[in-house]
Design a protein around this ligand. Structure first.
Ligand code: F6R
Length: 268
């Protein structure tokens, strides 16, 4: 794992935006894995700015979102399709027919929908760079604790903690879905690079468990310990439970020197 600690959340977003723009400027048909939630909103802002002010084009990009609520219409304000349109898709030149979310309505079989999502990812050559947030319980995507580390796209029931954490996003009277389709942990592990962003004190324990805890289905993000190219971008608060805080900062400085000498090498 490459662990990079920044002073604040804005710097985390800036760095994540550099990763994304480096990929989409250098690859003919890049495939992005996208996340929703509060954390990546500032990343999407940075990407929209880069599109408007630096000519960053998304017209050759395909994307796959990590998850989508079960049986929700795309035009429902709470759908993750709406989230992506509001924060990114409607503000850049991406071809929205190349943007995919793991949808499943009541009339569809979740198992078949999961299999066809996996097939579509394969068909487009796999995900180059998967953006991730982390739940306070260590989830990635909606792979809640006890999710199989070998799981693929499927339907999951959200835990009470996730429902409570996300209830802030629902207005009074709005129904909060309790089930979602999510990429599995093995789906995420197949991405060539994963970029996990975590900010704020409420993520400190999950971040520490992910990096220094045992590889365990009880902390699904700990699976990233087995990923060859996992980059973890943290602000100081999210890193505050890490005992080796100083080592990670020092190692990052050393790596920057190596990169200055030899250049970045990302094998997308
Ligand atoms: C979002 C997702 C979730 C979030 C996680 C953190 O698509 O799959 O795993 O990344 O719940 O959410 P925030 O960023 O709102 O704290």
């Amino acid at each position: 794992m490459q662990i990079i600690i920044f002073d604040n959340a804005e710097q985390v977003a800036e760095n994540a935006a550099q990763w994304v723009s480096e990929l989409i400027r250098n690859k003919d048909k890049p495939v992005l894995g996208l996340a929703t939630g509060s954390t990546p909103i500032s990343l999407y802002k940075q990407l929209v700015n880069k599109h408007k002010n630096e000519g960053l084009s998304f017209n050759h990009v395909s994307s796959f979102n990590l998850d989508e609520y079960h049986n929700i219409n795309a035009d429902n304000a709470q759908s993750y399709r709406s989230f992506m349109k509001d924060h990114l898709f409607d503000h850049v030149d991406i071809n929205q027919s190349n943007t995919y979310l793991p949808t499943c309505s009541n009339s569809q079989n979740p198992r078949e929908q999961g299999v066809s999502y996996e097939k579509k990812i394969q068909e487009l050559g796999g995900i180059d760079l998967q953006i991730l947030g982390i739940g306070a319980n260590g989830h990635i995507g909606f792979n809640e604790p006890t999710s199989s580390l070998a799981s693929r796209t499927r339907i999951k029931t959200l835990t009470q903690q996730t429902l409570t954490d996300n209830s802030r996003l629902f207005n009074e009277g709005e129904e909060q879905p309790t089930m979602a389709m999510t990429m599995g942990i093995a789906t995420i592990m197949d991405a060539r690079y994963v970029l996990l962003m975590a900010t704020g004190k409420n993520k400190a324990k999950a971040v520490n468990d992910m990096i220094t805890g045992a590889l365990s289905a009880m902390c699904p993000a700990s699976a990233l310990q087995m990923h060859e190219n996992a980059v973890i971008l943290l602000d100081k608060e999210a890193a505050s439970d890490l005992a080796d805080h100083q080592y990670y900062q020092w190692a990052d400085q050393q790596h920057r020197k190596i990169n200055e000498t030899y250049g970045f090498y990302h094998n997308y």
